[in-house]
Design a protein around this ligand. Structure first.
Ligand code: 13P
Length: 252
C-alpha cells in the first residue's frame, strides 16, 4: 500500500520566527497521525523548521534546489547543502518555478537526477494550464512533463520519486479539481509512468494532488484510491487548517 504524504508548500511565506510559532501550534495537533507529513518552508527557514520538528515524525523539504554539485551559481542551493542540514524532501518543477523563473522540463530532469543521487525524496510537479485543459491537452501535457522529467534516468532509481499533480488553474484560485477530475488525471499519470518505467514502479509511486486543497475538500480528494496525498499551499499556512487536512487522510 502507498503511504499517504501530506506536504505543506509554504511558498514565500513565513519568517523563521513565524515558522517556529507555526510548529509549536501544529506538532501537538498531529502527534497521533500515521500519515507522512512534510513541511517545505522557504530555504531560509529550513534550520529553524528542522530544529522545531526534532523528536517528531514530521519531515522537512526544500521548495527548490539547483542541479550542479557546487560552483559559481549566485543565490542557488545544492542538494549536498540540503542533506547536510537534515532535509529529506525537495519539490522540483513547481508550476510557479516554471512560470516565473523559466524552469524547463530539461532543468527539471537535471534537478531530479541530482536529487536522486543525493537520496533526497523528490516531489516532481506536473500539471496543465487552464488553456491547455480547455484545448483537451491535459493528458498530453502531463505525459510530456513526466517523460521529460524521467528522461534517461535508470528506472531502478525512481522508486523514491513522488509526483504532485497540480493543475495550474487550481493553484491559489480556490477552484479545486473535483475528486473525479483529479483521480482521472492521476490514473493517466500512473499509466504513463507504467509505460515508461514499468508497472511495479508505477504501482508504488505516490501521486499527490495539489491545487486549493482545504479542510473542506481534503477528505473527498484523499478518499480517492488514486490520490496518495496532497501538496498544500495556502491552507498549510495555518496550523489548525493544515492539521485538519493531515487528519482528513485515513492512513492506508
Ligand atoms: P494552493 O493550495 O494555495 O492552491 O497551492 C497549491 C500549490 O501550489 C502547492 O504546491
Amino acid at each position: 500500500m502507498r503511504k499517504l504524504l501530506i506536504a505543506a508548500n509554504w511558498k514565500m511565506y513565513k519568517t523563521p520566527t513565524e515558522a517556529q510559532s507555526f510548529l509549536q501550534a501544529f506538532l501537538p495537533l498531529v502527534k497521533e497521525s500515521r500519515n507522512e507529513i512534510a513541511i517545505c518552508p522557504p530555504a531560509i527557514d529550513l534550520p529553524a523548521v528542522l530544529h522545531a520538528v526534532q523528536g517528531s515524525h514530521v519531515k522537512v523539504g526544500a521548495q527548490n534546489m539547483y542541479f550542479a554539485e557546487e560552483g559559481a551559481f549566485t543565490g542557488e542551493i545544492s542538494a549536498a547543502m540540503l542533506i547536510d542540514l537534515g532535509v529529506s524532501h525537495v519539490i522540483i518543477g513547481h508550476s510557479e518555478r516554471r512560470q516565473y523563473f523559466g524552469e524547463t522540463d530539461e532543468l527539471v530532469n537535471r534537478k531530479l537526477v541530482t536529487a536522486l543521487k543525493h537520496h533526497l525524496v523528490p516531489i516532481v510537479c506536473v500539471g496543465e494550464r487552464e488553456d491547455e485543459r480547455e484545448s483537451g491537452l491535459t493528458e498530453e501535457v502531463c505525459c510530456r512533463q513526466i517523460g521529460r522529467a524521467f528522461h534517461q534516468i535508470d528506472p531502478a532509481k525512481l522508486h523514491k520519486v513522488v509526483i504532485a499533480y497540480e493543475p495550474v488553474w487550481a493553484i491559489g484560485t480556490g477552484k479545486t479539481a473535483t475528486p473525479a477530475i483529479a483521480a482521472e488525471s492521476h490514473l493517466i499519470i500512473r499509466s504513463e509512468v507504467a509505460r515508461l518505467v514499468g508497472k511495479a514502479i508505477a504501482d508504488n509511486m505516490r501521486i499527490l494532488y495539489g491545487g486549493s486543497v482545504k479542510p473542506e475538500n481534503a477528505e473527498a480528494l484523499l478518499n480517492q484510491p488514486e490520490i496518495d496525498g496532497a501538496l498544500v499551499g495556502g491552507a498549510s499556512l495555518d496550523p489548525k487548517s493544515f492539521a485538519a487536512i493531515v487528519k482528513a487522510g485515513v492512513p492506508a
